[in-house]
Design a protein around this ligand. Structure first.
Ligand code: GLC
Ligand code: CA
Length: 563
């Protein structure tokens, strides 16, 4: 594998609306991000992924773009964006934007013009289809629930396609003019100084040759639109569009790109993230997909630490020698990682959070932190469904009610998976609104902010935050980089419940990472004698010649003798 500029970096996702407000309107903004750059630099992160800040009605919190070349006034201005690019560059950091081009906003001029004349030039930017006897063209259910088809106002029996909410019409990638628009806007931003993109919902851009209904799979009589993704024509189209985008936009700028590809087929890893892949990297969603149910969130199973370990290890093996997956425990679409993967009673335990961090950050691949993860933010509490902002939670709540759950049960079951869990404001301090805003935050702060916040951990030796910094330093240390960034991977004691342990080897060094994620402590047989301790989350490791004993929730990184 040829080395690439981004491979030894650590990435950090900013969800702008909840990161830092600078003007008291309760909404995070770009000047707020700039004000926190020194914090991020000190944490050790290099590449900042900004969730969308483009002009948008925020129907899906910015994943519905009304102008790809402007910033929403709530987030700032283009000048603020340029200042962010300059300020990150000055600090040796990079910014990647969110490329949301499966769909745009219904308020985008393209769609407005298309509605005015569905048979005209802009009509061909979207999918307009005739219904069948008063019913929509197909029975597909969208990602947020309900039909993917909405009627065109004022037009008898004409519908437009939206795989997400009705304010997110799908762009028609079969139209070369759409592909040209996307390549142009990508080049425009790369020319302005962004280092690349996180590529949103991208597997959906290839559509099948014909729109046909599937067998219904829920009481609503609809069928998951994902069925479309398996269509061979859709896949061939997807691959063609992505290859062209790489060649016309990403590659000439040596951009870093990370794809949101949740339906990974191991046989396609090389195509997507190999030497000349469509993307630099793509997220490993295997742990996030574990326990999902075709019935909906209300029926999903909570993974435990062993499920997380087994999924992450399987992905590491699959990508070995091919490319870099991007490792996450949470993002703006998922609940908080500590709440999800740790045993229920340990979600808020800093020791357990640090152990999970050691595993995620030192696995093969590229680590992505999500804002607040580095201080151990956990899921929030929802007093009622009315307190939920996220569109997808409302769809899932409706599905739970339709399946016969009581409102209280439905809320309890879907709350655990709500995207709002990760969208509460970052907890900077124990002060009013957790230091996020001087006004009223747009979404309530997690009530645990008085205990869990940056100010309480900054410079405090055993804190979650300081351990994240230590792990990032270790990963970047020139002595261990060959092993931790580019080195091989081998699982250790994977049959032991609650243990996540592996060896990373390269550049003449062998490192053992071992973490107890079960809370009962572990005895780990050493694959080779230990040479030294490189990191330890709590206290000191109990080392013998041939074994290591981990205290409950302890994580240790050792250097081993070479064989
Ligand atoms: C991606 C985004 C999600 C958004 C969806 C539609 O999955 O991560 O937040 O709702 O695409 O753009
Ligand atoms: Ca603001």
């Amino acid at each position: 594998m040829k080395k690439k500029w981004w491979q030894d970096k650590v990435c950090y996702q900013i969800w702008p609306k909840s990161f830092q407000d600078s003007n008291g309107d309760g909404i995070g903004d770009i000047p707020g991000i700039i004000a926190r750059l020194d914090y991020l630099k000190e944490l050790g992160v290099d590449i900042l992924w900004l969730s969308p800040v483009y002009k948008s009605p925020l129907a899906d919190e910015g994943y519905d773009i009304a102008d790809y070349r402007d910033i929403d006034p709530r987030f700032g201005t283009l000048e603020d964006m340029d200042r962010l690019l300059a300020e990150t560059k000055r600090r040796g950091m990079y910014v990647i934007m969110d490329l949301v081009v499966n769909h745009c906003s219904d308020e985008h001029p393209w769609f407005q013009k298309a509605l005015a004349d569905p048979e005209g030039l802009y009509g061909r930017y979207f999918y307009f289809c005739k219904g069948q006897n008063g019913a929509p063209p197909t029975n597909w259910r969208g990602y947020f629930g309900g039909s993917v088809w909405s009627p065109v106002p004022g037009r008898q029996d004409l519908y437009y396609l939206h795989l997400f909410c009705e304010k997110q019409p799908d762009l028609n990638w079969e139209n070369p003019a759409v592909r040209r628009e996307v390549a142009d806007l990508v080049n425009w931003w790369l020319g302005r100084g962004v280092a690349g993109f996180r590529v949103d919902a991208i597997v959906n851009i290839g559509k099948p040759a014909a729109f046909e209904s599937f067998a219904p799979d829920r009481p609503d009589g609809l069928a998951d639109c994902c069925g479309m993704l398996r269509d061979p024509v859709a896949r061939r189209r997807l691959h063609g569009y992505l290859a062209a985008l790489r060649d016309e936009a990403f590659a000439p700028h040596d951009a870093f790109t990370v794809g949101e590809v949740f339906n990974t087929d191991p046989a396609e890893l090389d195509l997507f993230i190999g030497e000349n892949g469509f993307f630099s990297s793509m997220f490993d969603f295997a742990p996030a997909c574990w326990g999902g149910s075709p019935k909906g969130w209300y029926d999903a199973k909570k993974p435990g630490p062993d499920d997380y370990r087994d999924c992450a290890f399987a992905s590491a093996r699959a990508a070995a020698g091919i490319g870099f997956l991007s490792n996450i425990i949470e993002n703006h679409d998922e609940p908080r990682g500590a709440s999800r993967y740790l045993p229920e009673e340990a979600a808020g335990d800093p020791r357990a959070q640090k152990a999970l961090a050691a595993v995620q950050l030192l696995l093969p691949g590229l680590p992505f932190l999500y804002q607040g993860q580095e201080i151990g933010m956990t899921n929030t509490v929802f007093p009622s469904i009315g307190a939920v902002d996220d569109v997808s939670t409302h769809g899932e709540y409706a599905a739970a009610l339709a399946a016969g759950l009581s409102p209280a049960e439905a809320l309890e079951r879907v709350a655990r998976w709500s995207r709002d869990n990760a969208r509460t404001p970052v907890q900077w301090s124990a002060g009013p609104a957790a230091g996020f805003t001087t006004g009223a935050p747009w979404l309530p702060v997690n009530p645990n902010y008085t205990r869990v916040n940056v100010a309480a951990q900054q410079g405090v030796p055993d804190s979650v935050l300081e351990f994240y910094k230590e792990l990032i330093k270790l990963r970047k240390n020139d002595k261990y980089k060959e092993a931790l960034v580019w080195g091989g991977f081998g699982a250790v004691g994977q049959e032991q419940a609650g243990l996540a342990a592996f060896v990373r080897a390269g550049g003449g060094r062998r490192l053992l990472v071992a973490a107890d994620l079960g809370g009962k402590g572990q005895r780990v047989a050493l694959p080779a004698p230990a040479k030294g301790v490189l990191a330890c989350s709590d206290g000191a490791p109990a080392l013998e010649e041939k074994a290591l004993t981990l205290a409950p929730w302890q994580a240790v990184v050792l250097e081993l003798e070479q064989e």
